[in-house]
Write a protein that binds this ligand. Structure first.
Ligand code: ADP
Ligand code: ADP
Ligand code: ZN
Length: 216
């Protein structure tokens, strides 16, 4: 099973991808996570991407498609892929078709998380993650059950992304509207797009996604 989680910044793609990894042993392929790792490691890709990401603009199609290709090449054949934050442009969607064909995979579902824009600013500016295991949290919607301690690994260190500020989020939303939302018709033609209400609770969104996965 290979699926795309599509939605603007803060829609809940990472949160739901993590749950699918836990429940189904699928693998999350997040170009945002890959790029942040490259920035941290100061690789050539990271050095090129850093300023672009801080502005909330899109990194080049060639770079992100190469990252995805390399990850898929390293994955076992039987492991399902969850594309999170990729593709983000029509050129990336076309590259993904080629990459999937090369690795003998096919796309089963494109799940669009539908959310309203004002909620996104609140979601993104309140977002933080465990510095050790990466578990995602939120200042208002998902605090650790014991204050200051990660539910998953017990760490007491958390971090926030430099691009999770209001100004950058507005640019990222603009990029989504201009370049990413227009790829939906590309997949709609194939009849594989399913819409899920991303404004529902995290659990309700998971239930809706599970329903899509269980459908043919
Ligand atoms: P994305 O990967 O689409 O950018 P995230 O999964 O990181 O989004 O979610 C953004 C923030 O909103 C996180 O802090 C997360 O805990 C929170 N969040 C995710 N889904 C929901 C939801 N259904 N309701 C409320 N908050 C949510
Ligand atoms: P979010 O889900 O909150 O929008 P991501 O972690 O997916 O954030 O992406 C963070 C940043 O990394 C984006 O604003 C963009 O600069 C870059 N990026 C991630 N994925 C892609 C992609 N597929 N194409 C171009 N740029 C990307
Ligand atoms: Zn943790």
């Amino acid at each position: 099973m290979n699926i795309i989680l599509l939605g603007p910044p803060g829609a809940g793609k990472g949160t739901q991808a993590n749950l699918l990894v836990e429940h189904h042993g699928m693998r999350q392929l997040s170009t945002g996570d890959m790029l942040r790792a490259a920035v941290k490691a100061e690789t050539p890709v990271g050095l090129e991407a850093k300023a672009v990401m801080e502005r909330g603009e899109l990194v080049s199609d060639e770079i992100v498609s190469a990252l995805i290709d390399a990850e898929l090449a390293a994955m076992g054949d039987g492991v399902g892929a969850i594309f999170d934050g990729y593709p983000r442009t029509e050129a990336q969607a076309r590259s993904l078709d080629e990459i999937l064909a090369k690795h003998d995979r096919k796309l089963d579902h494109v799940i669009e998380l539908v959310v309203d824009e004002e909620a996104l600013v609140d979601r993104v500016t309140g977002r933080f993650t465990c510095a050790k295991c990466g578990e995602g949290y939120h200042d208002r919607h998902k605090l650790p059950s014991s204050t200051g301690v990660c539910d998953k690994c017990g760490s007491t260190e958390f971090k926030r992304r430099p691009d999770d500020n209001e100004q950058t989020v507005r640019t990222r939303m603009q990029e989504y509207r201009a370049k990413t939302a227009p790829i939906l018709p590309f997949y709609e033609e194939r009849g594989i797009v399913q819409r899920v209400d991303g404004m529902a609770s995290i659990d309700a969104v998971t239930t809706a996604i599970e329903k899509v996965l269980a459908s043919a």
